[in-house]
Design a protein around this ligand. Structure first.
Ligand code: UT7
Length: 403
């Protein structure tokens, strides 16, 4: 190990965050607007949760794929990374566009990340940090060079808008980071993952899975909406945020005094302040932005990370903690040495080039769908010939694009 004198550790690989981005739907819903639909008050919501407003995807065309894709594109722009080189895409979500195909696969297609494997990860609000842990392991073990980690949620579609216990808390949005392999020491230093399924019933969407398939009765009984025992989750959260942070620090051989910034899951200001107080972390070392977004579940940490960077709260060599908790019950924390230099100017033409490649990806996707339809309508022999011709055309096209 030679990190302290600036030399690279022989043969070791580190996973660094090199790009970040967020995406939000257009519509802001204020607490005052919620006062009009449920028995609540701006005062109650602010004092009990800290939330002032949230973004809601009212446009039916917006979903976990569209938001996640936008956040991913922003992250690739910051990293100035060609999507054609991406190795893996991990999409954390609890409000996927479909049970399957995975939201990750649909984002991979929208980006035209043709080399990348893609899948969804389900660990609720802890999912983003779970995905960082997985990305780190894949990079450090030498299996991949680059991983796009996306947290995307449209929880508003799973909310009972007449249930004041939940509808005032959640919001929609997406955040993404690109992790890349590097010989430079730093990046992800430690990760902690935890789960206690005995608390599964404390925060859940009971129906729509295989244990309670969708029926007229489940729909009528509102079993497809989020149900939460807020008090129990609150108690669990204030304990586990402290424990998970301490464990991540221990594993990274760091102490509280070494921490420059904590980005906690943005569920409730009281949970965050209580946990950070137990850790003896002063307010200026904790980033909170739930006032404007509500609880965006797995998207909350990457959205907050983007905003912390925008506000100049993260500097090169800072020690960053990201810590989350959520349904499952699950929890996760990571200690990161932020080794990315400040904002870099990406030439405009390269951003345009990337945008052109996304348009090409859309055409490619449509063409592939169409060719499958045509193939299905032909005899198997005719289909084989046509499939071969199309495959060659697309391959040629891809090569031209990547050159
Ligand atoms: O990502 C993880 C997701 N979940 C969480 O992080 C949730 C964690 N829990 C919490 O954030 C808090 O428990 C809540 C914000 C959900 C609730 O705060 P609380 O201080 O635990 O309130 P409470 O549940 O004890 O409710 C207090 C009162 C109750 O009335 P009574 O029984 O005292 O008459 C509730 O019915 O507040 C009432 N109440 C509301 N009043 C106005 C509950 N929701 C509302 C509301 N507006 N929206």
């Amino acid at each position: 190990m030679a990190g302290s004198n600036g030399l690279h550790t022989l043969g070791r690989r580190y996973a660094h965050i090199t790009g970040w981005g967020k995406a939000l739907p257009d519509r802001i819903v204020t607490n005052q607007e919620l006062e009009q639909i449920v028995d609540t008050s701006d005062e109650w919501i602010r004092t009990r949760s800290g939330i002032h407003q949230r973004y809601i995807a009212v446009d039916p065309r917006e979903n976990a794929v569209t938001l996640g894709t936008r956040a991913a594109m922003a992250a690739l722009d910051v990293a100035d990374f060609p999507v054609s080189k991406l190795d893996l895409l991990i999409c954390s979500t609890s409000s996927p566009a479909h049970l399957f195909p995975s939201t990750g696969s649909l984002i991979q297609d929208a980006l035209g990340a043709t080399r990348a494997g893609a899948f969804d990860l389900s660990a609720a609000c802890s999912g983003f940090v779970y995905a960082i842990s997985l990305a780190n392991a894949m990079i450090v073990s030498g299996q991949v060079e680059s991983v796009l980690v996306i947290g995307t949620e449209v929880l508003s579609r799973l909310i009972d808008w007449s249930d004041r216990n939940t509808c005032v808390l959640f919001g929609d949005g997406a955040g993404a980071v690109l992790l890349q392999a590097s010989p430079v020491p730093g990046g992800v230093l430690s990760t902690v993952l935890g789960s206690d399924g005995s608390g599964g019933d404390l925060l859940s969407v009971p129906a729509g899975g295989t244990s309670m398939p969708t029926t007229l009765e489940t729909v009528a009984a509102g079993q497809h909406f989020i149900k939460m025992d807020g008090k129990a989750v609150f108690r669990f959260a204030t304990r586990i945020m402290v424990e998970a942070t301490r464990e991540a620090l221990d594993k990274a051989s760091m102490s509280i005094a070494d921490v420059n910034l904590v980005i906690p899951h943005q569920a409730n200001e009281r949970i965050i302040r209580s946990s950070m107080k137990q850790l003896d972390l002063p307010d200026d070392k904790v980033f909170i932005n739930l006032y404007n977004y509500g609880n965006t579940s797995t998207a909350s940490i990457p959205i907050a990370l983007c905003e912390a960077i925008e506000q100049g709260r993260l500097h090169s060599n800072d020690n960053l903690i990201m810590v989350g908790f959520g349904a499952g019950l699950t929890w996760a924390a990571t200690a990161i040495k932020w080794a990315v230099p400040g904002a870099r100017e990406v030439p405009r033409w390269r951003v345009s080039q990337r945008q052109a490649s996304y348009s090409l990806a859309r055409v490619r996707s449509r063409l592939l769908r169409y060719s499958r339809q045509v193939e299905n309508s032909l005899t198997s022999e005719e289909g084989d010939v046509l499939g071969e011709v199309l495959a060659q055309r697309i391959e040629g096209w891809r090569k031209t694009r990547d050159e």
